[in-house]
Write a protein that binds this ligand. Structure first.
Ligand code: AMP
Ligand code: MG
Length: 418
């Protein structure tokens, strides 16, 4: 394929590698298992118990002696009458060994008595006297309805590996192995700010020349979804001191995300202010549409506190695409997930699409999965990087490489589900 790449502009992959090489997992922290939900486990969790802790009954019913079991290949009705020698409920332990002709009434979860062959479920039995029971069919394989000790888990076994995201299910497993606290990677703190004289907060009806700040709330939501703890620093006017004041506050966080002010306009002051604040530029501009002006740098202070700084273009769709391509991966790595990239699937175009331009494009579309078939994808009529409303109708971004091309219906493209 012909490369239309402008000299000095790096590719999305190169930019991503730069970002990842500057993002290191956060320090670990010990928290309660409930506080750990959503975070990434930073230790190996080992079981201190066998589960089940004893050979246990899986049904309410009667434990019968191994000697009374009939050959299961004789599937005819081998019924038998037995003497009930004791009753064991969950939490109690049997005191009597089973011999031929005897049964122990047993409840789910209780330890089975010595000499047991199988547990017969209550529905297949009939109590005929207070201490006599008829078992309708003893032609059962040995071990029926008995879960042997340590089948699910053994002492010393690894139950959860480091790097695992903690979900409610892990909270249950951690509790089963006696853990009330675990070591996690500290979730990254992220600050979000924007700059622009035209911006008003979402609760205000914009006046002449004004627009609402939709980026901050969207970026806060994206960063929260990515697992960060997020602070919204608000709007700075297009003026160096105003931007600098918010930047200084943002530099106390692991990640600072700015939107707006990184292009080539007269009021695009962000790169200069960041440089003055000691943020070292890693790249500015990526061969990408939308999102070309994206800026990335790092600030490390005397106490080794490091902030990754992303200057995203102000157009909301550009901000979104750059977040998804770069910021998301950085947050994932900081929180202990080193290899998170945007999930990509292959899909067939449902209609012809004309692709123009010299940069690779991320284009909003509707992606449909049909069982047994390749997914299909339809590009949406989209007005460009300021058109966030169309993105709300989309469920994916389609990827088209740089270059002029008419894609025919049925052609296979890469799709990033959102
Ligand atoms: P800039 O990157 O500052 O040149 O902004 C590019 C476009 O994005 C302009 O039309 C801005 O008005 C718009 N824009 C900048 N910041 C925001 C924001 N926080 N929310 C919504 N639109 C914005
Ligand atoms: Mg601006």
């Amino acid at each position: 394929m012909t490369s239309h790449r402008t000299p000095n502009m790096i590719t999305v992959d190169q930019a991503l590698q730069h970002v990842l090489s500057h993002a290191h997992p956060n320090a670990t922290r010990r928290v309660s298992v409930l506080e750990a939900v959503g975070a990434i486990l930073a230790e190996e969790v080992i079981s201190d118990i066998d589960s089940p802790p004893h050979d246990k009954a899986m049904m309410d019913g009667y434990a019968i002696s191994a000697d009374d079991l009939a050959d299961p290949s004789q599937r005819d009705d081998a019924s038998i009458e037995l003497e009930v020698i004791e009753e064991v409920t969950a939490g109690a332990v049997p005191t009597k060994k089973l011999a031929s002709g005897q049964a122990t009434r047993i409840m789910t979860g209780a330890p089975v008595p010595e000499g047991v062959g199988a547990v017969v479920m209550i529905e297949q039995t009939e109590q005929i006297q207070p201490s006599r029971v008829r078992i309708q069919n003893v032609a059962l394989p040995a071990g029926t309805n008995i879960m042997p000790r340590a089948t699910s888990l053994a002492v010393g076994q690894t139950v959860i590996a480091p790097g695992t995201p903690i979900r409610p299910i892990e909270v249950g497993v951690l509790s089963e192995v006696g853990r009330t606290e675990v070591e996690i990677f500290a979730p990254p703190t992220v600050a979000v700010m924007t700059s622009g004289n035209e911006l008003v907060t979402p609760d205000v009806k914009p006046g002449p020349g004004q627009i609402r700040n939709s980026n901050n709330p969207m970026l806060v939501a994206l960063a929260q979804r990515a697992g960060a703890t997020v602070t919204d620093l608000g709007i700075a006017r297009d003026e160096e001191t105003a931007i600098r004041a918010l930047v200084e506050e943002g530099l106390t966080h692991d990640v600072l995300i700015l939107s707006g002010g990184v292009s080539a306009g007269v009021l695009d002051l962000v790169p200069k202010v960041l440089q003055d604040a000691g943020v070292e530029q890693v790249f500015h501009k990526v061969h990408l549409k939308p999102g070309k002006p994206v800026w990335f740098g790092v600030r490390e202070n005397e106490s080794d506190q490091r902030t990754l700084v992303f200057g995203l273009p102000g157009n909301p769709v550009s901000s979104l695409v750059c977040f998804e391509l770069f910021v998301r991966a950085a947050i994932a790595k900081l929180r202990g997930q080193p290899n998170v990239t945007l999930p990509c699937v292959r899909a067939a175009l449902s209609q012809q699409h004309q692709q123009r331009g010299d940069r690779p494009v991320y284009f909003p579309g509707v992606f449909t999965e049909t069982p047994g078939e390749l997914p299909s994808v339809a590009p949406l009529p989209w007005q460009g990087s300021a058109d966030l409303t169309t993105l709300a109708k989309a469920n994916c971004l389609l990827y088209f490489p740089a270059g002029e091309k008419v894609y025919e219906a049925g052609e296979i493209v890469d799709v990033f589900p959102q």
